[in-house]
Design a binder for this molecule. Structure first.
Ligand code: SF4
Length: 760
């Protein structure tokens, strides 16, 4: 039966989470359109139209699975699965301690609430180890933010839409988006002769075709190019002296290092004409409002953390911070990340037991996870809980992950489908899809206006599945950490929903947590099991947002009121929570004023600390860095390119793609001619870490000597694999020394004949 009404939800494929309206038929999504009432203003890209391939594919899980000794799986009931998992977790913790248990994931582009509830399980088990894909992409950026702005939670948001000079650095927003209504904004900048778009990318991307200036550095030379640009600014005295004096410390030290940069030599090293470097540097310095929007192209490349530092120096030294059309910090309703103090600030921060890795932003890098497991170290990781993640495909070095999972005494995967990670787990717990439960992301990154979208379910849970909050609640009950029911708190929650001003529930909750201190770290699940039962059907998972709304309203009361949420005192938090619950198209959380920008800086004096000694040392050392290439692997692979029909590993059914069915390897025609390759040929892509097979497509927009492959391929579906699994080429050790971010954009490879036939 076709539903004729449109239901509001959101796209779950990238961090923009554009608002959607969908029509449904049974359990299927039959039509998708942009939601004009959402802050994405009806914007969509082509990927969202295919969401039914996520919701309804043939391999949705509908019962817990337990691995048999022969490697196959058997269906078991929820109670049995959770009882057995709880018993094994208890035994591992008792024998080896909570540090022997690690957690991976906790939410993807569309679901972050599961991770919040998962924090209660981690707290009970005593494991600090959260591995996340964010920590193989962005922790260099977060670490630099912490040094500059005082806390790693000080996240910078570039206001691309209102800038008149925009540099896209290692990003192709036509495909990767990364800011609201990306394609409309790109077209508007391109069409306006008063605005300038600069793209820094080795490939002639869709965005580069719209640019006024396109710099094409050799892969891995971004630090040289950025240092050269900053060297021009330092030498010419083009920095914004008034801004630096008013809002920063350490500028003189930084400028002195930059003034020593051999600009011409560094530009040559990057393969970029000196005149282009000077033109971009001068344009950035002279612009009234400029942004530098950077992404994985520099963050997963050589000198990853230094690149993030230089990118931020580019806009800070030129004063493009704290105003509309520049860069700002922003608030979070619930922070996506935390702050991990330095050893000087807190020597007790837990390091990983085998590799001694420190967390950044409270996350541990997936690059070290296999090393923490696949070892005879007595304090190794022995159990892993994977929630909404697929490290066997998305983590660097697939083979290392395969070996590590074979060593685990307990692996539990929570997912909607039998992922490659699920296939190597002992238990697989079927989650309800992102359209079958109340969900939200914490990608509320706006300033001055910040928005949030809690989306209600558009389907009941697929029979046999459970939403993650309920999985965690049941696990904590099975572990004996929480009771099945909370009669007094549940009654207080019901009363609170009718008369929030009486504050009955907050008082009862505070009393309960005081009487049972062991519940305090499990508060998200206590809220879910009490307040959640009193919320409207399908919205129990929003319970944790009640606490977040109280805290947010207290911290940013004026900004919340400016956004239209009216009340006073504790009532403001209650009103904000109600607005979140009722706002089916998303709501404005807060409306800050421009002058608030510096109040979000977390250094003691609210000044940006420009000098980061370790990175200034790395910057100086560039002058002596040899240009080494391995003759055995003469080509450079950009692994993980974003394209028209790839997404994260959430789309498992390859039928969702309308083009590029094989995830072809882009090869420059000159390289292809030299190697005797033609369009459509099959080729072996070989790195020091492994080999995959790919189909060749010729692309004269890619630099000679460079090959690209997309992410989001190489998954098994219905017994077949489609496209290359790129992490069979990558290696854990090929990474940034500080953050362990893998160098995906500079994988040394060669192309050779295939060893086996490939489907075409
Ligand atoms: S930009 Fe495209 S993929 Fe990203 S959320 Fe919007 S519709 Fe989805």
């Amino acid at each position: 039966m076709s539903e004729t009404t449109w239901k509001a939800t959101a796209c779950i494929l990238c961090s923009e989470n554009c608002g959607l309206e969908v029509r449904t038929e049974g359990r299927r999504i039959t039509a998708v359109r942009g939601d004009d009432a959402h802050h994405s203003e009806g914007y969509l890209c082509q990927k969202a139209a295919r969401l039914d391939h996520y919701q309804s594919h043939a391999e949705r899980l509908d019962t817990p699975l337990r691995r048999r000794p022969d490697g196959g799986f058997e269906r078991i009931g929820w109670d049995q699965a959770l009882r057995e998992i709880a018993a094994r977790l208890r035994a591992i913790r008792a024998e080896h301690g909570g540090h022997a248990i690690a957690y991976y994931g906790g939410g993807g582009q569309g679901n972050h609430l599961g991770g919040v509830y998962g924090s209660a399980l981690r707290a009970h088990l005593g494991t600090p180890y959260v591995y996340s894909a964010l920590a193989q992409e962005k922790t260099g950026d977060f670490w630099v933010n912490g040094e500059l702005f005082g806390k790693q939670t000080c996240h910078v948001t570039p206001d691309v839409e209102h800038a008149d000079f925009v540099i896209f650095l290692g990003t192709n927003p036509w495909q990767s988006h990364g800011f609201p209504r990306a394609r409309k904004v790109l077209k508007a900048i391109a069409a306006d002769p008063a605005r300038t778009m600069v793209v820094i990318d080795p490939r002639v991307t869709e965005t580069a075709k719209l640019a006024d200036v396109h710099l094409r550095p050799r892969p891995g030379t971004d630090a040289f190019l950025l240092a050269a640009m900053l060297g021009v600014i330092a030498r010419e005295g083009a920095e914004d002296r008034a801004f630096l004096d008013a809002h920063t410390t350490g500028a003189a030290e930084v400028l002195a290092v930059l003034a020593d940069v051999d600009v011409a030599a560094y530009a040559a090293r990057a393969g970029v004409p000196l005149a282009d470097v000077e033109r971009v540097a001068r344009g950035l310095a002279a612009a009234e409002r400029a942004v530098v929007r950077a992404d994985l192209g520099i963050q997963q490349s050589y000198h990853s953390t230094l690149n993030s530092y230089l990118e931020k120096l580019a806009f800070l030294l030129t004063g493009h911070f704290g105003r509309r059309g520049t860069h700002n910090l922003h608030t979070f309703l619930l922070p996506l990340i935390g702050h991990s103090p330095s050893p000087e600030e807190d020597p007790t921060v837990p390091l990983t037991r085998v590799t001694g890795m420190r967390p950044i932003a409270k996350l541990y890098p997936p690059n070290v996870a296999p090393l923490e497991i696949d070892t005879d170290h007595p304090e190794r990781v022995r159990a892993m809980i994977v929630d909404s993640a697929n490290p066997l495909v998305s983590g660097a070095d697939t083979r290392a992950y395969e070996r590590a999972f074979a060593r685990l005494e307990l692996a539990v995967t929570i997912d909607v489908a039998p992922s490659e990670t699920a296939a190597r787990s002992h238990y697989v717990l079927p989650a309800s899809s992102q359209f079958e439960k109340g969900e939200a992301t914490f990608f509320n990154l706006g300033f001055p206006e910040n928005r949030f979208h809690f989306r209600r379910p558009i389907f009941a849970p697929l029979p046999g599945t459970l939403p993650e909050p309920e999985i965690y609640r049941r696990l904590l009950v099975a572990l004996g950490a929480l009771p099945e029911r909370f009669p007094l708190l549940e009654a207080a929650a019901r009363a609170h929903r009718k008369a929030p001003r009486a504050r009955l529930f907050p008082l009862a909750l505070a009393a309960a947590l005081k009487a049972r201190p062991s519940w305090a770290p499990l508060a998200p699940v206590v809220l879910y099991a009490t307040l959640g039962r009193a919320l409207p059907p399908g919205t129990a998972s929003a319970a944790v947002l009640w606490g977040a709304a109280q805290a947010y309203a207290q911290r940013h009361a004026d900004a919340v009121r400016r956004a239209g949420v009216a009340d006073t005192g504790a009532g403001l938090g209650e009103a904000l929570f109600e607005a979140i619950l009722e706002g089916e198209h998303g709501i404005a959380l807060s409306e800050h004023e421009e002058r608030d920008a510096f109040s979000l800086v977390r250094t003691p004096d609210r000044r940006v600390r420009l000098a980061i000694p370790s990175l200034l040392d790395e910057l100086r050392a560039l002058a002596h860095e040899p240009d080494v290439r391995d003759p055995a692997y003469p080509l450079s692979l950009m692994a993980g390119e974003r394209r028209t029909y790839n997404a994260n590993t959430i789309y498992r059914d390859p039928a969702w793609r309308r083009s590029d069915p094989h995830g072809a390897a882009r090869v420059h025609p000159a390289d292809a001619a030299r190697l005797g390759l033609a369009e459509g040929d099959r080729v072996a892509v070989e790195s020091p870490g492994g080999a995959v097979e790919a189909v060749v497509t010729l692309d004269d927009g890619i630099l000679e000597g460079v090959v690209s492959l997309p992410h989001g391929y190489g998954m098994d579906h219905a017994g077949a694999r489609t496209g290359p699994r790129i992490n069979e080429l990558t290696q854990s050790a090929h990474c940034d020394p500080l953050t362990k971010t893998p160098y995906h954009k500079t994988v040394p490879i060669r192309l050779g004949p295939t060893r086996s036939p490939l489907e075409r």
